[in-house]
Design a protein around this ligand. Sequence first.
Ligand code: SF4
Length: 460
Amino acid sequence: MASKVYFMNDRANSLQESTPFKAVKLLRDAGLKTLFKEGDTVGIKIHMGEYGNSLNLRPQWVGAIVEEVKRLGGNPVIVDCNTITFGDFTSRAIKSDHLRAIARHGFTEEALGCPIWICDGDYGFDDVQVEIPRGVYMKHSFMGKKLLELDACIVVTHFKGHPMGVYGGALKNVGIGMGSKRGKISTHFMNHPVYGIQAMEANQAAAQQLAQAPHPNMVDRAIEGCPFDAFEWKDGVFHFHSEKCGKCAGCFSAALFAGLLTLKPEITATWAPTIADAASGYIHAIGKEKFLFVNYAMDISPWCDCVNFHDRPLVPNIGIFASKDPVAVDLACIEASEAKAALPESKADEFGFGDPGTERFTNVSSIAKISQWAQCNAGEYNGIGSTEYILVESEPGEETDFWFPPYTPDNIFGKVNKEALRSGNYEPGEYFYDLPRLSFAELHIKPKGKVDEISILDEE
Ligand code: SF4
């Protein structure tokens, strides 16, 4: 059966058409009022962005949803889990770093107006095993234990590309984002006995080349960074003692991106479906009927907010989508992105996938080089959603619903602040010239502007 996906585009001319309040209205349309009852603990699952990335969700988008949950009598709480170790300078792999990193992005309890729970504890080990009733690849995974305290969950997602999942949407926000450290490692198959890190071999050619760089180079850092001392440099040769490997995925970046270990090519086909598999386990564990999903199809960068940079978006901003169905809401975002021409000089344009309908997530975003449809198809097989949807064009809410508190139509700014406003000094004195000192023509002439272009290297 086709699921309903509610949508508004990114154009705006009024308060109620602003991005935060469109999302609130879309959640109302999708059934927020009946998602929970008064006094319930309502998780708002967000991804707050790796240090260095700045296209993550905005705190004010999330804050508006927090306020709406409170207005309806719920107790909102921001939820996320720690990450796997992406590299030597990873920012969200343990709770203390995670909280510092997200504070830099403006995500604090004070700014959001509710508690922030890192649901798998200080080091990502506070987890619970959950079954995956109908997985494509996975039978079970591991989620942050504290997530099971939620009565309901609103999954708030920045839709974009993803190097392993091909795209990152609601399924990935749950399937990866709600996983504990062990859950994330499993979902990426990094601890798989055949395809995982333990089964990989040292890539001697890559190691020899990387070892030429000044110390501490990537090889030094891999050796230092392995908590189980599984790497060694001896007699000019790089060694991987796989029997020592503790499967922590701490060398994720050194192994995958720098190529210190030889990746098994078969692993890439698993990444997108396993995201949906894990998502289905976590959704079933909390309760399928307790979820709502809202996706912001804005700033659609080629890679995820879990990398510490972002590239120019692939396509123009599209708008916001909301649904009870994580598969349908993601699919609606992919199809809407596909319908757009790529932004000029974006990665999609550069790679020759600028025209609409060119599967640019498949061809541009992913290091997996598998289909952008795989996550959604797996999600439907998992039983958590439908690949058929009805797009419902929503309308903005009432402007008065979204006035800055405490102002209401009966309690407007001028009335509340009357005494203070009367007490101010409004006399400006003679601050102006009788005639402008540049002529109209002088003000409106186009300036000379750029007179040359050089590299900073030419400055020396
Ligand atoms: S960092 Fe060490 S223990 Fe962890 S996965 Fe890599 S080799 Fe194994």
